[in-house]
Design a protein around this ligand. Structure first.
Ligand code: KIV
Length: 262
């Protein structure tokens, strides 16, 4: 998959499917499932590193996980999140850090923010790096937003989001994540843009959807946002497997003869 497919899918009204992955094992499973776009999300700060938010994720973390995913899912478009403070301070830093993620194997990078970071996006795109935008509930601004809340409910907020979306399109972003925005607003933004909108908690009218892998597999349950659909219950399976293993070792049932060498 390439960024051109995002444009074609939008034209043909075909849904774009994106999911996060952070390591080679899951990247291979995602690829085997036929999903062709993987986001190495800075959500890894929460689901892999166990932190309360994404603010502590570093460029080194993102480079490491990007290498693991890109090395394993060669048929997928790998998009890497630019972590907090890797693009905010200056355009030069933004360009340099976007380049480092590409050298680690990413095919595109994602930045959070609207018109305020349009110059960063333009500069990154101008050196040949595809950029995905991210609007609405932008986790790197969790403190400024006063928590993980739906964005764009009020009319002035909604029109600002629409303007931001247009600014990102104008600055050369190839697609845009819309996180936790009301259905009607997501629909309006989707119709107003020629680039694909990828929703997460933004309803069914977006051009595609993205979910955090550990959420959809039922592995992460510290908090489950309303927009998550749990397609499997791997935490429950893991708990059951581990307690059976513990029990069998304690009772001398494992290893049995067939699991032993003679
Ligand atoms: O970090 C992430 O996983 C993301 C998605 C939730 C869109 O940004």
């Amino acid at each position: 998959m390439t960024i051109l497919d995002f444009h074609q899918y939008k034209r043909e009204k075909k849904k774009v499917v994106v999911v996060t992955a952070y390591d080679a094992l899951f990247a291979r499973i995602v690829q085997e499932a036929g999903i062709r776009a993987i986001l190495v999300g800075d959500s890894l700060g929460v689901v892999v590193q166990g932190k309360p938010n994404t603010l502590t994720v570093t460029m080194e973390d993102m480079l490491y996980h990007t290498k693991l995913v890109a090395g394993a899912a060669e048929r997928c478009l790998v998009i890497s999140d630019m972590p907090f403070m890797s693009y905010q301070a200056s355009t030069e830093e933004a360009v340099r850090n976007a380049g480092r993620l590409m050298q680690a194997g990413a095919a595109a990078v994602k930045l959070e923010g609207g018109a305020a970071i349009a110059d960063r996006i333009k500069a990154i795109v101008s050196i040949g790096i595809p950029v995905m935008g991210h609007l609405g509930m932008t986790p790197q601004s969790v403190h400024a937003l006063g928590g993980y809340k739906v964005q764009g409910k009020a009319e002035d907020q909604a029109s600002r989001l629409l303007e931001d979306a247009k600014a990102l399109e104008a600055s050369g972003a190839f697609a845009l994540v819309l996180e936790a925005v009301p259905i009607g607003l997501a629909k309006k933004i989707t119709h107003a843009l020629s680039i694909a909108t990828i929703g997460i908690g933004a309803g069914p009218h977006c051009d595609g959807q993205v979910l955090v892998l550990y959420d959809l597999l039922g592995l992460f349950d510290t908090f489950i946002p309303r927009f998550v659909k749990t397609y499997a219950h791997l935490k429950a399976d893991a708990l059951q497997a581990l307690s059976r293993y513990k029990e069998e070792v304690e009772q001398g049932k494992f290893p049995s003869d067939s699991e032993s060498y003679h």
